[in-house]
Design a protein around this ligand. Structure first.
Ligand SMILES: O=P(O)(O)OP(=O)(O)OP(=O)(O)O
Length: 509
């Protein structure tokens, strides 16, 4: 079993030709000898799974590749994707014929998973195929050996669970064969700047499943970060950053495919999550090492901001209907929002293809992958933060938050809708911090405690929705006393809820 480290960039046919030409020039001028040698292959790959796609669920890709006269069976784990950089476990074995031979998988753990899937969920059968031409060359780039593959072809479904017939493939893959992973970022940077390629965090297998797996899509929510009490504060920071970035990437893939309001709201969640992370870890990760990155994310946020505002308004109107607030006067407003959303969506998707966005994401991925903050810390402090335990740190942060909550939401002060709404971002940040560190504490106690605060947040969101509805209706010359009634009731409920929430013993004590 080996670990594959690979940077993937999406391209177009003409860009691929230009990349090819450029690599010839770079290769030749470097060695000062003859042109680099390209190898061209026709690769035919069939991906297997059980009928209910059990392997997909376990994030395993199983395929047989036909490469000339060779048949190669490979199993890949989903691993970790940072920007377009993939780190995956991979097991490859030559097989005599076009037939799975699970006993050849050299990682016992993976072999057991595959055999179990077959025993419990039926035979492994072909699901989809990728057929592409690969132009491949190994270059020496800044002292490292990098295999560059230019892939062009298609993904096709096999069988009857078909969504669409064919998906085009056109991508550049940079695989590190020897040397430092930082070189992949440098080469990726060059390819984005020169040819406008875009980072791609969706593997061929993922795309194949999307095309051929007719399963309903569910909303993936940001959930608790996986930490143990042995994790250092620095390690916790990394896990949280990966979680935030993973959420961002997931919904970027979705938004590139379709104009989804939910995806925009979730992207906003990812941005808030990462912002909170920076402030919570200010004592661990020096602020000055973050300046450029924060500026980058601010600019990305700016490009998404209009879409966020429209998505929120669409969402408020939709939710209001669920509460029974339906007004024919608002129908033109809804259509206007839908239209604006479509236009802004188009613009944002175009922005996602620009070097400006892709270089920023690459910079962040590089910083995270290569733990670049360490350079700003200095030897002695580095040792300190590596030894700093997360548990006391987490407690301190949670305690600090509670003090702030008590100050603002004490049952002694009476609060208006506006006060609550103004406090909402802070409340949401508080819940995120619970996700950062929750894993370190008793799960039941944590859930119970969190629920009281989550209910408060849900009610404040209702107030926010009512305020928007009221304002929009008034603009149309409509007044509905029911809105004020529900608002008053919600304020009473919130008063009781905060009394109860504040009286509970926090789970970290
Ligand atoms: O040839 P590989 O192993 O890089 O695999 P692939 O067919 O390019 O697929 P992926 O998108 O998983 O790298």
């Amino acid at each position: 079993m080996s670990i594959e480290i690979e940077l993937k960039l999406s391209a177009s046919t003409d860009k691929i030709q230009r990349v090819k030409q450029w690599l010839v020039e770079v290769g030749a001028s470097k060695n000062n000898t003859a042109a680099i040698e390209w190898e061209q292959k026709q690769l035919h790959n069939i991906y297997y799974d059980t009928k209910n796609h059990r392997l997909r669920e376990t994030d395993i890709g199983l395929r047989i590749r036909k490469d000339g006269d060779r048949y190669i069976q490979s199993v890949k784990s989903a691993g970790r994707v940072v920007g377009g950089l993939y780190q995956r476990n991979e097991s490859e074995s030559d097989i005599a014929e076009n037939k799975l031979q699970l006993e050849l998988v050299d990682e016992p753990y993976l072999m057991i998973l595959l055999e179990e899937a077959e025993e419990e969920d039926g035979p492994l059968a072909p699901i989809f195929a990728t057929n592409f031409t690969r132009d491949q060359v190994t270059i020496d780039y800044q002292g490292a050996e990098v295999e560059v593959a230019l892939d062009q072809g298609h993904i096709n479904c096999i069988g009857d669970d078909v969504v669409a017939e064919k998906l085009e493939l056109c991508e550049v893959e940079l695989e590190l064969k020897d040397g430092d992973a930082s070189v992949l970022f440098a080469l990726g940077n060059e390819l984005i700047e020169r040819f406008g390629l875009a980072l791609d965090s969706e593997s061929k297998a993922e795309r194949g499943y999307r095309l051929c797996h007719n399963a309903p899509e569910y909303t993936k929510r940001l959930n608790i970060v996986n930490l143990t009490s042995k994790t250092s504060a620095e390690g916790a920071f990394e896990s949280i950053a990966h979680k935030g970035l993973g959420h961002w990437q997931y919904y970027i893939k979705k938004i590139k495919r379709e104009p989804s309001v939910e995806a925009v709201l979730q992207l906003n969640r990812a941005l808030m999550f990462m912002q909170t992370m920076y402030s919570v870890f200010a004592a661990v990760i020096p602020r000055h090492s973050l300046l450029d990155l924060r500026r980058d994310w601010r600019e990305i946020t700016k490009n998404l901001s209009k879409l966020i505002v429209i998505a929120e308004e669409i969402n408020w109107l939709k939710n209001s209907k669920l509460y029974g607030f339906e007004y024919s006067e608002l129908t033109p407003e809804e259509s206007r929002l839908e239209q604006e959303f479509a236009t802004e969506h188009q613009e944002f998707v175009e922005y996602l293809q620009t070097p400006s966005y892709n270089l920023k994401l690459l910079r962040f991925s590089r910083w995270l992958y290569l733990k670049k903050w360490r350079e700003a810390i200095g030897e002695s402090n580095l040792e300190k933060i590596q030894k700093k335990e997360v548990f006391p740190y987490a407690r301190k942060q949670l305690q600090h938050l509670l003090r702030d909550l008590k100050r603002h939401l004490s049952d002694k002060v009476s609060l208006t809708s506006k006060d609550y709404i103004n406090y909402l971002p802070k409340m949401s940040r508080t819940l995120d911090i619970g996700l950062f560190f929750g894993c370190l504490f008793d799960d039941r106690a944590r859930r119970e405690y969190r629920q009281s605060w989550a209910d408060i947040v849900a009610n404040i969101q209702l107030l926010e929705q009512l305020a928007y509805l009221d304002k929009t209706l008034k603009e149309k010359g409509v007044e509905d006393p029911l809105i004020a009634e529900i608002e008053a009731e919600t304020l009473i409920v919130l008063q009781e809820m905060r009394e109860e929430a504040l009286s509970k013993n926090p789970y970290w004590n």
